[in-house]
Write a protein of this length. Structure first.
Length: 205
């Protein structure tokens, strides 16, 4: 179970004093991203503990809870989400790999940089880049939403700094065309101005 603060900038997990934690709960943001670059920060108001506390992104079809008394890494358990655990591992489609050192400290700030133009997801720890964790996200056909999850009672997370950079109309058109061309050399066959064909062939798809 997860509970949002009145300002909806903080989330508290498994707050029922009787039930405590009876599984894994997740929270999904209300704005999804298909284009542009987006960055937001999640602050750990309490030291992370338990089997899993995660930060990441997911589609609107990503699970928000596991079954009763199932304590799992919820973000990345299937193909609909991508997540970073406080234990330093990243997960996607049920596959785990070591990504960084674990973080156990109260006040740790994890930044999430979602670049939909290049299809990358990069995490930061206290404003220091940890490197690209995932690639290929620009191929996802559904909006990606910020997500967090936890198995542990008393987990408290706060949404901090947020910013975004959206592509121009020209960049959006070039990106869409590049994604749908099997080979950028085929741009020469399109009835487009020469300058547009040149930009399309040099576009990073």
């Amino acid at each position: 179970m997860a509970e949002l603060s009145k300002c909806q900038q903080e989330v508290y997990f498994h707050t029922d004093p009787i039930l405590e934690s009876c599984g894994t709960a997740g929270v999904r943001g209300d704005t999804g991203f298909l284009q542009g670059e987006h960055y937001w920060e999640i602050e750990f108001l309490e030291p992370p503990s338990g089997l899993s506390v995660m930060v990441g992104v997911g589609t609107g079809r990503a699970k928000l809870q596991a079954g009763s008394f199932q304590y799992v890494n919820l973000l990345g358990m299937d193909s609909e989400s991508w997540g970073l655990s406080y234990k330093g591992t990243v997960w996607q489609n049920g596959i785990c790999k070591q990504y960084t050192e674990p973080f156990y400290e109260e006040g740790t700030v994890i930044g999430v940089h979602l670049n939909m133009e290049e299809g990358t997801l990069t995490f930061y720890r206290d404003r220091q880049s940890l490197g690209v964790a995932f690639t290929g996200l620009h191929k996802v056909q559904h909006p990606l939403y910020p997500m967090v999850s936890s198995t542990s009672p008393g987990t408290e997370l706060a949404l901090g700094l947020r910013c975004c950079s959206l592509p121009t109309l020209e960049e959006r058109c070039l990106s869409t065309l590049a994604r749908n061309l099997l080979q950028t050399d085929l741009a020469d066959l399109l009835p487009l101005p020469a300058i547009v064909r040149w930009k399309l062939k040099s576009w990073k798809s």
